[in-house]
Design a protein around this ligand. Structure first.
Ligand code: DC
Length: 202
């Protein structure tokens, strides 16, 4: 069994950046599990049936351009409420979590459902306004025309869908360490995460 770190939290809380930094620090592999749902969501936008798309997903599907757009994010959040879609993606995530060299998985239900025995669980959050502002800056730098208000509405809609769904809703595991990044720089958030992980492994 490998050493597994579970990092959960809402959209644009900084999970991706934190997870990559933590994985690099400890020399672990990293899986952004949101990409699985985005890949399924992207296929549904092209007309695929969500459960079939999830059951037929292959690693190469994660490596295509265009998975980071707001439309695909919403489609991902919509397919993520379907129990059969989630079930089809469990084995891949658990196998990744068990890899020998150690693994960091980030998502919504890693500490609660996918890897409930993870050695360390972090729940990374920030206010909806801070998260929307970060996402807005990211998107506008890429030339996306979305306005601040649209991005905030998007983040709030995804929060509601991710937290209110019946299947594996977004919530901290009972034993998760909470990190609120609202007032933290990236370096400060990474330092907090690494300290929390080290405190759990001493
Ligand atoms: O982390 P992200 O923004 O790439 O995730 C896109 C959507 O996928 C998110 O709104 C909900 C869903 N998701 C999920 O339900 N469970 C996960 N472990 C990861 C993502």
């Amino acid at each position: 069994m490998g050493f597994t770190i579970a990092i959960d939290g809402p959209a644009a809380a900084g999970k991706g950046t934190l997870s990559k930094a933590v994985a690099a620090h400890f020399g672990f592999a990293h899986l952004d599990t949101g990409l699985l749902y985005r890949a399924v969501g992207a296929k549904t936008l092209l007309g695929a049936e969500p459960i079939e798309a999830a059951q037929e997903l292959v690693a190469e599907d994660l490596d295509v351009d265009g998975l980071r757009t707001p439309d695909v994010a919403q489609a991902a959040s919509r397919v993520a409420v379907i129990a059969e879609v989630r079930a089809a993606l469990v084995d891949f995530q658990r196998a990744f979590g068990a890899r020998a060299g150690g693994a960091v998985l980030d998502g919504r239900d890693i500490g609660t459902v996918i890897c409930p025995d993870a050695a360390v669980k972090l729940f990374v959050t920030a206010s909806a306004e801070v998260r929307a502002e970060r996402r807005y800056l990211e998107l506008s730098a890429k030339g996306d025309p979305s306005t601040r208000d649209e991005v905030l509405a998007d983040v709030q809609a995804r929060d509601a869908r991710d937290m209110e769904r019946v299947e594996a809703p977004l919530k901290p595991a009972d034993d998760a360490v909470l990190i609120d990044t609202s007032d933290l720089s990236i370096d400060e958030a990474v330092a907090k995460a690494i300290a929390a992980i080290q405190a759990h492994t001493l």
